[in-house]
Write a protein that binds this ligand. Structure first.
Ligand SMILES: Cc1cc2nc3c(=O)[nH]c(=O)nc-3n(C[C@H](O)[C@H](O)[C@H](O)COP(=O)(O)OP(=O)(O)OC[C@H]3O[C@@H](n4cnc5c(N)ncnc54)[C@H](O)[C@@H]3O)c2cc1C
Length: 445
């Protein structure tokens, strides 16, 4: 067993973990990012999640910036993202297409620039706690087990693995039955004629999501398509879904399909994950056949990739000092300890049943994410960000989105560094100072 010592250790190299580690490294803390796969990006690169949505409120005000926006700009500079484009299904104001292969490399580059060490192919499976403090975590690697010691830990595993293993209280799914949003195996198709898809939309607007911006559609580059209700209903596939949903790009003849749905399973149980991976892949073949047969422009399309693993929308989350609620989100509530904002609606893919449950953000169109939602109860040197932060099943259905995960990650990394510099626990951080530091690096609070 080898031992390593750091100031800050971030576990989970998804959008939240990458931004947390960059933020901590930029504060000159000796930081390590640990990831179980061989590359970074979390659901974006492991499960094919695409595009990122959304950096804006419904009226087009940008409320997520900071490192998240820096990533978009740096992708744009290398032709790997067109930046923020209008969402052509009208679900949000903007979507942000990106090339996942370039994101994987850019993430490592930015971590190196920030002086962060990286260990991939490293699975955290044990946490040593003494007197309410994590002393070390253990990872399984090809070169044996390693003990990693640090002053501060950040859990960005999506599944709250570090919090769970340290004995902090975690929750799962709906209050009444613990059921979570479905798992989805995403896939890409090439050889799609998107002009034909657009033409079908313009000719039959009633067959598409009612918020689709038809008045502007002709001029807009096609980014998202939600509908083909008639074709989906007639085909009557054994998938508990109510519509076709796909996103255009990054190549001109390419789409990312978000239509498979595996329900009733727990993404933290190996038996359930095993079932889900197989079921998801069977559904991919079924949906690809459906698209080729029923949807104009797909006649010649072929599957070009599938997720390396099934996508997990929801699993364990922490119970933090504050639990963000559906009411907070819908009211566009403001908090004194705000550390990030979002304008994405509550978007629940039904845990059972075939529909979606959507609730839009009222007020000025953005809700605050409070610092208290990143601070777990019971463990004194741990922060949590991204998909497993503290929110109800309904509220996590908006904070789970990639731009919000990036923003909460940056806040957690900055807070961990501040806690170490000032000799306090995360719960004792001077929130005004934290907010000042976040705004200095262009986060919108
Ligand atoms: C099907 C689906 C569709 C979605 N659609 C969209 C969309 O269109 N737009 C959008 O913006 N967002 C979308 N999302 C949401 C978004 O992708 C995720 O919620 C987001 O990636 C969360 O980021 P994260 O960093 O918190 O967690 P994750 O992306 O889950 O990253 C967690 C990371 O931790 C690693 N990890 C986990 N456990 C361990 C461990 N024990 N040891 C070491 N490493 C570990 C994982 O390998 C992973 O890299 C979708 C998600 C899914 C599943």
């Amino acid at each position: 067993m080898t031992h390593h010592k750091y100031d800050i250790v971030v576990v989970g190299g998804g959008p939240a973990g990458i931004n947390a580690a960059i933020a901590a490294g930029r504060k000159d803390k000796k930081t390590l990012l640990i990831e179980r796969h061989g590359f970074l990006g979390g659901m974006s690169t492991i499960a094919g999640v695409y595009p990122w949505m959304t950096f804006h409120t419904e009226d087009g005000t940008q409320v997520i910036k900071g490192i998240a926006e820096e990533i978009v700009q740096r992708l744009k500079e290398r032709g790997a993202s067109p930046g923020h484009l209008r969402d052509t299904c009208g679900f949000t104001y903007s979507v942000t297409p990106y090339d996942p292969e370039v994101y994987k490399v850019l993430a490592v580059e930015m971590l190196e620039e920030a002086g962060v060490d990286l260990m991939v192919h490293s699975f955290v499976d044990q946490v040593v706690v003494e007197n309410g403090q994590i002393q070390s975590i253990e990872i399984t690697t090809k070169s044996g087990r390693k003990h990693i010691h640090a002053g501060m830990f950040i859990d960005t595993t999506g599944d709250a693995d570090v919090a769970f293993l340290s004995g902090a209280k975690t929750l799962m799914g709906r209050d009444e039955d613990q059921m979570t949003q479905p798992l989805t195996m995403k896939f890409r198709m090439r050889g799609v004629d998107l002009e034909q898809v657009k033409e079908a939309m313009l000719q039959n607007p009633d067959n598409f999501f009612p918020k689709t911006p038809f008045a502007e559609l002709k001029e807009l580059p096609l980014t998202a398509v939600q509908g083909f209700y008639k074709e989906w209903k007639e085909a009557n596939l054994p998938i508990n879904r109510d519509q076709v949903l796909f996103f255009a790009g990054p190549a001109e003849d390419e789409v990312l399909v978000n239509m498979t749905r595996v329900q009733g399973l727990d993404a933290t149980k190996i038996e359930d994950l095993t079932k889900a991976e197989y079921e998801g892949r069977k559904q991919v073949l079924m949906v690809a056949d459906f698209l080729r047969k029923w949807i104009p422009g797909f006649e010649m399309a072929t599957i070009s990739s599938t997720g390396a693993q099934i996508g997990v929308r929801e699993s364990r989350r922490i119970e933090g000092k504050y639990i963000l609620t559906k009411e907070d989100v819908i009211a566009g509530r403001k908090f004194d300890d705000v550390i990030a904002k979002s304008g994405y609606p509550i978007d629940i893919h039904a845990p059972s049943g075939n529909g979606m449950q959507v609730a839009w953000v009222e007020g000025d169109g953005a809700f605050d994410i409070p610092y208290g939602s990143l601070v777990p109860k019971g463990i004194d040197n741990l922060l949590v960000a991204g998909r497993c932060m503290s929110a109800t099943h309904e509220a996590i259905a908006t904070t789970r989105l990639t731009p919000s995960a990036m923003a909460t990650g940056q806040a957690a990394g900055t807070a961990a560094a501040l806690a170490l510099s000032t000799g306090v626990t995360p719960a004792g951080v001077d929130v005004k100072e934290l907010q000042k530091q976040l705004m200095e690096v262009h986060m919108v609070l």
